[in-house]
Design a protein around this ligand. Sequence first.
Ligand code: 58G
Length: 186
Amino acid sequence: MNFHVLTLFPEMIQAGLETSILGRALEKGFISLEAVNIRDYTTNKHKKVDDYTYGGGAGMLMQAQPVYDAYQAVKSKTATGKSRVIYVTPQGAVFDQQKAEELAREEDLVFLCGHYEGIDERVLEEIVTDYLSIGDYVLTGGELPAMVMIDAISRLVPGVLNNNESAEFESFQDGLLEYPQYSRPE
Ligand code: 58G
């Protein structure tokens, strides 16, 4: 599984996913992670990525141009050039274990992380295939939700957990929760 994340804060994505189990999975090559800085694709000299909403209304939006160009750069690195593009937004369908299982079967996944009040609708219409949310609350950026989804998907990728069974026979099968577990001392 190859994850590609379009973000204004690539260090946040790298730092959050390069530790522990996912860090080992990255080292071993079971998953790969590319965090692309949308700001690197601005064409204006001030590297500005945001603008006021046209026609007034609340706050700032991310502009279409740098998002679109960053996406084009990532798209050319995917296996088929038509991988799913997930926009993480509180307006999306709630991401659950079934969605994680479905997405874990893909070869490449592109995540788009917004900031401010979101992203210019025109680029979303053009590139986004899935609108997903981690729950009914609003965050300052899409990075944390993208990391949550990448974690849930990664542990379903063969090889990521040492024991294949741990992913398979777990709590979420049939919606049943596991019994409580204990370590030592007895
Ligand atoms: C309204 C406000 C629409 C995902 C902000 C879009 C992203 C929560 C979730 C936004 C997010 C979630 C800008 C910041 C998306 C953009 C981002 N908040 N519940 N915030 O998964």
